[in-house]
Design a protein around this ligand. Structure first.
Ligand SMILES: C[S@@+](CC[C@H](N)C(=O)[O-])C[C@H]1O[C@@H](n2cnc3c(N)ncnc32)[C@H](O)[C@@H]1O
Length: 357
């Protein structure tokens, strides 16, 4: 291959190196109602209904000969729609969860010549591109958080609804698990995490109850943790609204997977590696994620930050991107109806400025 994508000749070897091809699930029907029917039959396989699918594809403004990165492969639903639109282009599919790589490799096998699967953390975006000998890409998608498969697989320990070991690692080889957070963090750190990442006003009581319970014996399972949380949840909160453990579980999951701290540096790294007019689309699922994406994009889109009293610019800051949508794109009423998971989703899009190539 020559020209703009000359380096892609290296893909055949690298793709063999990165790819893992095992059978878990066959190609999904593309229409949602059919997809949902099929999911009911596939309880033990990888199932995840892609959120804001059409909106993301539109957002990426795909060049059939471009290089795209799906930073959060998951079940491969977004990747499938991206790769279908490629002719000479390539798609790099990243996920830190080996189960996602395996299932999506099978689902996308028809397009395997156009895809490179990479099991890694997207926070290593620059390193991943360097390994592949790629300097610039034409678009990247991040569909943040966990997949339905991860949530619905009890052994992964993400769910407060099923008994499982306290785990919550998206990367099964990561050192830190929910067990470590719950059993070794100080009461202050637990309170801070549950309050900050879970926005849970009951954080103080939960942290203190965890520390008291683990003094008797280590807290080993999701249900033990749920019972501890329930024991300090005011009765009126038990009766209404969300599950009392929802926010604390979200907080511990965010801590285990360092989900928030990597958003800003990753978006900045991606922006650096975009070709002019290349785009980043990011879907967030809670206010903390959305705030991180919004502020990072605002910073990237801001030029000179010198005080207005300065006669000339001394900071030299130039906008790297422009915002494609000032307000986030939300799921349609139709999508909300068939995919409950989409209810908190927000899509933000930026485009690389021509002058920053
Ligand atoms: C919401 S799902 C993506 C679903 C996918 N877009 C689809 O259509 O099927 C998020 C996926 O991103 C992965 N993930 C989350 N954070 C990650 C990170 N920092 N690095 C790599 N993968 C990550 C998770 O393991 C999960 O499989």
């Amino acid at each position: 291959m020559t020209g703009k994508y000359g380096k892609l000749q290296r893909f055949s070897t690298l793709s063999t190196w990165f790819s893992t091809l095992h059978t878990q699930v066959s190609t999904y029907p593309p229409r949602y109602p059919l997809y949902i029917e099929r999911m009911k039959l596939m309880e033990h396989t990888f199932s995840h209904v892609s959120v804001l699918l059409n909106e993301c594809i539109e957002a990426l403004n795909i060049d059939p000969n471009g290089i795209y990165v799906d930073c959060t492969l998951g079940g491969g639903g977004h990747s499938l729609e991206i790769v279908k639109r490629l002719e000479g282009g390539k798609l790099i599919c990243i996920d830190q969860d080996i189960c996602a790589i395996e299932a999506a490799s099978e689902r996308l096998k028809e397009y395997k010549d156009k895809i490179i699967f990479v099991k890694n953390n997207f926070s290593n975006f620059s390193g991943i591109l360097a390994e592949l000998g790629i300097e610039k890409v034409d678009g990247a998608l991040l569909d943040l958080g966990v997949s339905s498969y991860q949530l619905d697989t009890p052994e992964r320990g993400f769910s407060y609804n099923t008994e499982a070991p306290l785990d919550m690692r998206m990367n099964e080889t990561a050192a830190l698990s929910a067990y470590d957070v719950v059993n070794t963090y100080s009461e202050d750190d637990l309170r801070r995490i549950i309050f900050t990442y879970g926005e849970d006003n009951n954080a103080g009581r939960i942290a203190s109850a965890i520390v008291k319970a683990r003094a008797e014996k280590p807290i080993g399972t999701t249900t033990e943790l749920v019972d501890i949380i329930k024991s300090v949840t005011p009765k009126k909160m038990l009766a209404v609204g969300h599950h009392p453990a929802k926010k604390a579980f979200q907080a511990i999951r965010i801590e285990v997977n360092s989900e928030l701290s990597i958003i800003e540096p990753t978006l900045k790294a991606i922006a650096y590696h975009l070709n002019p007019k290349g785009r980043i689309a990011v879907i967030t699922f809670h206010s903390l994620e959305d705030r991180a994406a919004k502020h990072t994009f605002a910073d990237l889109a801001t030029g000179c930050t010198c005080p207005p009293s300065y006669p000339v610019c001394v900071c030299g800051k130039k906008p790297t991107v422009k915002l494609i949508n000032k307000k986030p794109i939300l799921p349609s009423a139709e999508e909300l109806e068939y995919n409950h998971r989409s209810h908190s989703a927000k899509l933000r899009i930026v485009e690389k400025m021509p002058s920053e190539a």
